[in-house]
Design a protein around this ligand. Structure first.
Ligand code: 13P
Ligand code: SF4
Length: 319
């Protein structure tokens, strides 16, 4: 049996759903039941009636599924698949920030730990962040973390006052605005598309800024352009090439001499690890029940706002 046949058989035996982020290797995206951005994967996980969900991405994505669906078995191919934004926002420091601003609303990027989500009022992803900001009463101060680049982009675009946590994505900060300017000069007929985790200087060069799914739909649907300069992780090229085989996709240049822009955590996953996880039902994601209940409130607020439901906001931070 090939490894893909083994995975398909295990999926049936386990009543399992495989969700993959767009930054996974192409062969992983191809065996997934669904590929998507962080919001889409969280939603698919919540809606699914599978007994087992395997999330091929990074662990905060799998934790979000577990938080919203505690009765499901949630697997990851590799527990070491973290995220620099999670590492740069330790719980104790984040808690202090909240305590120092008890009247503020804490809007937290999904790229955060379950602990940090449990002391947040609402979660967002890059695909729903604007809608979430616009749902927060204008007289409330916003604490935005852990990604300061996404936060700054939102604050400027939506003209909202925010305090930012000092965290960044170690992959997206590598894009060089100087080199990007040069590549634009070489390809004046290209559209520049960028993820909002890029630095402010890089985003100033971008024609379109959005989540992975937003960037993908731009390449798919904008037929006026046949050339795109792409400032995000390389995994996304797999779907872009499939959807627009006629288009030239140019990777935005990075500051060092490496030609790649891979997320080291996303790229820890492999077909072998997926097969093993489905076979052994390990590694499983678990979240302490007290933390989970609180984190579920902030994630559910995100889901409700995304579905145009009205939500109530706490007046004060309480632990
Ligand atoms: P998306 O929600 O846009 O897929 O982004 C997730 C991520 O980790 C980007 O680095
Ligand atoms: Fe985290 Fe950046 Fe990797 Fe996304 S690309 S998972 S933000 S380190």
């Amino acid at each position: 049996m090939s490894i893909i046949e083994e995975i398909n058989q295990l999926k049936k035996e386990r009543n399992a759903l495989v969700l993959a982020h767009y930054y996974q290797e192409g062969e992983i995206q191809d065996i997934a039941d669904f590929c998507g951005d962080s919001y889409f994967l969280a939603k698919k996980g919540q809606e699914s009636d599978a007994d087992v969900i395997l999330l091929a991405g990074v662990t905060f994505m799998a934790e979000s599924v577990k938080i919203l669906s505690p009765n499901k078995t949630v697997l990851v191919p590799d527990m070491k698949a973290g995220c620099s934004l999670v590492f740069e926002s330790p719980y104790e420091n984040y808690l202090q920030w909240r305590k120092d601003n008890p009247e503020a609303i804490a809007m937290t990027y999904i790229n955060s730990s379950a602990d940090v989500k449990s002391i947040s009022d609402v979660i967002c992803t890059s695909s729903n962040a604007e809608k979430i900001v616009n749902s927060i009463p204008t007289d409330r101060k916003i604490l935005f973390g852990p990604d300061k680049n996404l936060g700054r982009y939102l604050a400027i675009k939506l003209k909202r006052e925010m305090d930012f946590w000092d965290g960044t994505c170690e992959v997206h900060v590598l894009f060089s605005h100087k080199k990007l300017f040069e590549v634009k000069q070489e390809h004046p007929d290209a559209l520049v598309i960028a993820h909002p985790e890029c630095s402010e200087a890089v985003l100033e060069h971008a024609d379109v800024i959005g989540s992975t799914s937003r960037l993908l739909s731009e390449v798919e649907n904008n037929k006026k352009y046949k050339k795109f300069i792409v400032a995000t992780e390389t995994g996304i090229f797999h779907q872009m090439k499939k959807l627009r085989p006629d288009a030239e996709l140019i990777q935005a240049p990075v500051t060092n001499h490496c030609a790649c822009n891979d997320c080291p955590y996303m790229k820890l996953n492999s077909l072998e690890k997926i097969r093993n996880a489905l076979r052994d039902l390990e590694p499983q994601v678990s979240v302490d029940e007290n933390i989970r209940k609180k984190a579920a409130l902030s994630l559910q607020r995100m889901m409700d706002i995304s579905n145009d439901k009205k939500v109530a906001w706490p007046q004060q931070f309480e632990l």
